[in-house]
Structures are given as C-alpha cells and as structure tokens.
Design a binder for this molecule. Structure first.
Ligand SMILES: [Zn+2]
Length: 194
C-alpha cells in the first residue's frame, strides 16, 4: 500500500476542502452509500464516522464500493485534472511566496486566463482564491498550535500585509484572527474541563 503517510485527519481535511491536489493519491469511501470518490468530489459531504479511505480504486472496489457518478474516480485523471492537481500541489508548496497568477500560469505552461478557467472548472474557484484558502488554513493552524503573534502569523502564512490577512481570514473563517484565537482558547478550556 502506498501513501500511508497521510493520516485520517489530513485526508478528512482534504476532502472537506475538495482539494484537487490529492486526486489519485487516495479515495474516500462512504459506508452508508457504498460509493467511493476522489478527494475533490463536490457531492454532499459524508459524516466523518461513515468514511473509510483507500489508496487505490481497486482496493475500494475490492471492499464492495462503486465509483461515484459525479467525480468518476475510476475514469483516470483527465489532462486538465492532472494540470490542476499539479498546480494545487505547487501552491501548497509555495504559499509563503508572493505568487502572482502570471507566475503560477508560467509554472503550468498555460496562459493566465486559461489556467484560471480550467482551475475553476475543476475546483469551483480560481488559483488565487485557492491559494488564499491555503494561507488562511495555515494561519488558523498556527493560531491553534503556536505561540506566534497574529502579525508573525500573517507573514508566516504568506500574506503580504496585515490588512490582507485580516480580510481573507474573516471572509473564509467568518471570524477575525483575534476572535478565532479566543474561540479556540474557550474550546480548549471546555475540552479540559469535560
Ligand atoms: Zn464523487
């Protein structure tokens, strides 16, 4: 079995984010429906308790699962899916850099507008929106797991200014970084007490 370095939690996060960077690396199978999907599938999300992960479609099928009609995990990756997956991994590896669409498109060997179009077709958002989401997730992770200040986290997560950081964070998490920090502290206290 390959790719066993992904933990359940990591894979769960990827499917919640419909992350196309992981298509072909693992498959999500849902016990209640008997269906398996790509990580990027945008069908309704299963309950965590009903999910199993497999590292090949054959393995999922051997366990009695049928391929999802929407994301067609048994159809192989289309050329566009391959490119989008490659770009998604590039963004995940380079989110700290001030990347512009033109540079990302250069990396993929496409024009910016064509990259924007296929990325949106595959993921429902543009590469820059996807990059913003990666940065916000990194920032949220740092808020939860580090002692860094919000200002340090802003730059550590690849934002170019505190105002960009604040705006992006609030848009995606529906809380300011400061309020997110407070809510985490409260949740931690609740966990410690129960
Ligand atoms: Zn699916």
């Amino acid at each position: 079995m390959k790719n066993t370095h992904f933990s359940f939690e990591e894979m769960w996060e990827k499917i919640m984010a419909c992350d196309p960077g992981y298509d072909g690396l693992f498959y999500t199978a849902v016990k209640t429906t008997g269906i398996y999907c790509r990580p990027s599938c945008r069908s309704r999300k299963p309950k965590k308790i009903n999910v199993e992960f497999y590292f090949s479609q054959h393995e999922a099928e051997a366990h009695g699962y049928r391929a999802c009609k929407r994301c067609q995990p048994n159809a192989g990756l289309s050329p566009n899916t391959e490119v989008v997956r490659e770009v998604a991994l590039f963004l995940a590896a380079h989110y700290r850099k001030p990347l512009r669409l033109a540079e990302i498109a250069d990396h993929a060997g496409l024009t910016p507008s064509y990259l924007d179009w296929i990325f949106k077709q595959e993921t429902g958002e543009t590469p820059l929106a996807y990059l913003k989401k990666i940065r916000v997730d990194k920032a949220a992770h740092l808020i939860e797991h580090s002692a860094l200040s919000n200002l340090d986290i802003c730059y550590e997560a690849g934002f170019q200014s505190p105002s960009n950081f604040y705006k992006a964070f609030k848009t995606i998490k529906q809380l300011s970084p400061g309020d997110y920090r407070k809510s985490g502290v409260q949740a931690g206290t609740r966990r410690a007490l129960s």
